[in-house]
Structures are given as C-alpha cells and as structure tokens.
Design a binder for this molecule. Structure first.
Ligand code: SF4
Ligand code: SF4
Length: 69
C-alpha cells in the first residue's frame, strides 16, 4: 500500500514527533517558518510513504492528513 500526507503548516509546531515515528522516514523538518514562528515539517514526496497513519496519530496538533492509494 502507498500513501501520501498533507501537513497543515499553520498547525504544525515543529515538535518532530512525526519525523521520529515515521517508519519510512519520509518526513523531515523544513527550513520554512510558519506564521507562529515554528519551523514546519515537510513530506518528502520522492520517497515511499506506506500510508500507515502513524504520523497522524502521533501529531499533537492534528496537523497531518493521510491519504491512502
Ligand atoms: S503515513 Fe506512515 S509512512 Fe507515511 S509519512 Fe506518515 S508515518 Fe510515514
Ligand atoms: S508531529 Fe505535528 S506538530 Fe509535530 S512536527 Fe509533525 S506535523 Fe508538526
């Protein structure tokens, strides 16, 4: 199964929990600041997201939406 995620950049607080727990290691911290002044997480599109949903479960800000394909 494959998936893709959408990260709501204005909800993200850059806590890195999604990065730490993603088994496929397809999320990284970007160098982009959101309106609140946090560096936000970014999805690495070129890699293999499995759509497992772990990132969405771990995110304390409910900033991640997972789409399975
Ligand atoms: S759905 Fe799973 S594989 Fe995809 S980014 Fe989230 S934790 Fe990583
Ligand atoms: S877990 Fe949520 S708040 Fe934390 S870096 Fe990831 S998307 Fe941002």
């Amino acid at each position: 199964m494959k998936g893709t995620i959408n990260i709501d950049q204005e909800r993200c607080k850059g806590c890195e929990l999604c990065i730490e727990f993603c088994p496929a290691k397809v999320i990284r911290l970007s160098d982009r600041l959101n309106a609140k002044g946090y560096f936000v997480a970014a999805f690495d599109d070129g890699k293999e997201c499995t759509g497992c949903g772990t990132c969405a479960v771990m995110c304390p800000e409910v900033a991640i939406e997972v789409m399975k394909s």
